[in-house]
Design a protein around this ligand. Sequence first.
Ligand code: MRU
Length: 348
Amino acid sequence: MLSPISWKENTVRILRQTKLPDQEIWVDIESIEQLAEAIRILDVRGAPAIGVAAAFGIAMVAHKHATSDKQELITIAEQASKLLASTRPTAVNLFWALDRMEKKLNEVRDQDASMIRSALLKEAQAIQEQDIQACLDIGKYGAELLPEAGNVLTHCNAGALATGGYGTALGVIRSAIEQGKDIRVLANETRPLLQGARLTTWELQKDDIPVTLVCDNASGALMRQGKIQACVVGADRIAANGDVVNKIGTYTVAVCARRHGIPFYVAAPTSTIDISLSSGEEIPIEQRAGAEITHPRGVCIAPDGTQTINQAFDLTPATLISAIVTERGVAKHPDMPNQLLEFCRIET
Ligand code: MRU
């Protein structure tokens, strides 16, 4: 199974996703600053993957810092956590994973430095293993919702590359195909950073899953022509009422899907649910540099000085979502908020 992040001799090994699909470059991250930069520029991306990388980052600083003074070790880990928390604001998995690491640190703070180091590494590994298992379970629940045959549209990349491994939205598709369903994927290109064109196609082709790339602005027309039977996307943060924030363009897909009576599914682990927020309006939306729009892949496509709006994510209201698929079950209307709350309460 493809996993974009792993632990290797006190470093965090990542696949540089900004280089895909032309180059497959793996890099061993040696410092917390390097990891923070990798998250900022989207070398590591996708909500669950950012959380996994951050957890390994905390374990890495603890391992790299050769001290037997545990207070010093704790301070270093806390500083690293602050830095990582400042990288990207929207995906709650980042803060969820950092919180888990902080709790673990508090639990073992009276032990000696080497015990603290190994407890932090074990916790990061557990976060990754649990995320992979969550994706497999999401896949099983979600596969039931897909038709026996048809085209499924996805937006951005919510695959193995965006998680500990296997994927959420793409996990649902993988699982449906493993069950024998005849599913073909339509991948929205996902302007401006082209996660659909560069990443979803790349990882599905590796698995021989049929995938066709479409322009973001073609999906409405394809729905009208009856060429899309279902939509499945991931999420960066889900509010308690079932509102979903995901990659910019998701809302447009959901509106078109509703107009054409096509089911629109969101697949995400419970670590993506932010039960503290009553509505999606409270979710912070990352604003990114305009150059990502005016200079895709470094090529200038707009006159110098052109103004831009580059919101990295958008909000899809719960009313447009047919179901939210988590590792603990499927939340549907009219009871979606209660079901989400229930899933978050289940102890693992
Ligand atoms: O900016 P990105 O590439 O990190 O955005 C990723 C997405 O929007 C994904 O759909 C989301 O994180 C879910 S990944 C399983």
